[in-house]
Design a protein around this ligand. Structure first.
Ligand code: SAM
Length: 230
């Protein structure tokens, strides 16, 4: 994401949260007292994920089109299992795994989104701020590590489930994720064929649908990406 920064590029307005993302957020309604919910919402200058903090109080997440994922993230996938969430950002899926019965969840992110958010929206984020804010509200036991996907073997653990949403096109995750998954572990989503992002057009489509990025921005990412899928 480092290649995002360019002095000549205009700063974009922060997109409004889509109603569809509120529906996704409602699957793990936190139910905090309104005052706590508003404090947490306002403590982070930009949210990626939309969380339902209290009735009518949502974090204004910029992520889009996450609803399709829920169908494969039922309690049967998580209950009693250990889960690694790679590229967790604010941690929506880490906390979902915990709420749905995972016995242990580790969230990993190299926090490159800090540079992306600054370059795209002119907002300065503290890495992990959204994650920590939600973890506090939930009294969560999810462990957060600032770490690159390629280094997850340093965790020295094997996980039953590895979540790699919105990151497969950015990194050769298999080298890292395979090193800490049990032989029987199923990663979700499945690894795309190497050819999936071989053209700028397919990469742009993937970026715009999974992150809400503008096609122009997605192309910047394409140029700056070191994804081994390219
Ligand atoms: C598009 S967001 C996806 C967030 C979340 N997984 C989801 O799908 O809702 C991509 C996230 O992956 C992180 N990321 C990108 N490359 C990474 C890498 N090589 N190692 C760890 N995290 C990475 C970014 O910092 C960002 O938080």
């Amino acid at each position: 994401m480092a290649a995002y920064a360019s002095a000549a590029e205009p700063i974009e307005p922060i997109p409004e949260t889509s109603p569809a993302e509120r529906v996704v957020a409602d699957v793990q309604a936190i139910g905090a007292p309104a005052a706590d919910a508003e404090r947490v919402r306002d403590s982070v200058p930009l949210w990626f994920h939309t969380f339902a903090l209290a009735p009518g109080v949502y974090t204004p997440g910029i992520a889009r089109d996450h609803g399709y994922r829920l169908a494969v993230l039922g309690a049967d996938r998580f209950a009693g299992r250990s889960v690694l969430d790679v590229g967790a950002f604010d941690g929506f899926y880490s906390f979902l795994a915990e709420v749905r019965g995972a016995r242990r969840v580790v969230a990993v992110d190299n926090e490159q989104y800090v540079d992306w958010v600054r370059a795209r929206f002119g907002v300065t984020l503290t890495g992990g701020a959204g994650f920590r804010a939600i973890a506090g509200l939930l009294a969560s036991r999810v462990e957060y590590r600032r770490m690159d996907a390629l280094d997850v073997r340093e965790l020295g653990e094997r996980f039953d489930v590895a979540l790699c949403f919105g990151i497969l096109h950015r990194t050769c995750w298999r080298r890292g994720a395979k090193s800490c998954s049990r032989p029987t572990a199923r990663a979700w989503p499945p690894t795309p064929r190497r050819s999936r992002f071989t053209t700028r057009a397919t990469y742009t489509r993937a970026m715009t649908s999974s992150t809400g990025a503008s096609p122009r921005r997605a192309c910047v990412d394409w140029r700056g990406s070191s994804a081994s899928t390219s």
